[in-house]
Design a binder for this molecule. Structure first.
Ligand code: DX5
Ligand code: ZN
Length: 218
């Protein structure tokens, strides 16, 4: 069942020169999770951060680290991100040849396993892995950059996944990522999402505004 909305600010939009303080500030402002976007310049056309940065950030928040891996191959890096302090590790089905095996590995590492669906990836991608996941992430932009516009066609996908999750009776978060601002947050929640990733909208206008930014999304 759809749970109360949780907000997962993406630190991709934080000030990278002060990343630890930014994580602490967004935590204190009411973030439920901390979303960490990992990009490899290959699976997506941008480069961001690696496991050492996650290790360095771990002392700045006790909230779950929601680590979104946009890297291929992904399997060789799972252990490093788990050791760095990730709580949820989300991967893309296109990032490796054996999705089920990758999900099993994440759970064997003692972490929650998520699967991310790109805008063109159909909902059926989760049909045979419902027992193996704790979270489904619907990409409402093409992965790679913050600050893009919400793709409206994904609302139908969110609604279809909400039905699938409810029919399964399993405890699976339905997370939405990309172009989330108060107006699109409302639509995503109405369609059935219960976790919202927001980068630009969370870190807008500096630390004094983070609490209001998060409250507006919620
Ligand atoms: C995109 C990332 C998102 C992104 C969201 O590849 O997965 O998490 O940072 O940024 P906004 O909220 O600015 O669209
Ligand atoms: Zn993300």
């Amino acid at each position: 069942m759809q749970k109360p909305t949780r907000i997962s600010p993406s630190i991709l939009s934080a000030d990278f020169a002060r990343l630890g303080e930014e994580v602490r500030a967004i935590d204190e402002a009411g973030a439920d999770y901390i979303h960490i976007d990992v990009m490899d310049g290959h699976f997506v056309p941008n480069l961001t951060i690696g496991p050492d940065v996650v290790t360095a950030l771990r002392p700045y928040s006790e909230k779950p680290f929601d680590v979104h891996l946009m890297i291929s191959p992904v399997d060789p890096f799972l252990e490093a991100f788990a050791a760095a302090g990730a709580d949820i590790i989300t991967i893309h089905p296109e990032a490796g040849p054996h999705l089920h095996r990758t999900l099993q590995t994440i759970r064997q590492l003692g972490k929650k396993a998520g699967v991310a669906l790109n805008p063109a990836t159909p909902v059926e991608a989760v049909d045979y892995i419902m027992d193996d996941i704790d979270l489904i992430l619907v990409m409402t932009v093409n992965p790679g950059f913050g600050g893009q516009s919400f793709i409206e066609s994904q609302l139908g996908k969110i609604a279809a996944l909400r039905k699938k999750i409810d029919i399964s009776g399993r405890d699976i978060d339905l997370e939405v990522d990309g172009g989330i601002v108060p107006a699109t947050a409302k639509k995503a929640i109405a369609a059935g999402a219960d976790v919202l990733v927001a980068g630009t909208a969370s870190f807008k206008d500096g630390p004094d505004n983070y609490a209001a930014n998060i409250a507006n999304l919620r």
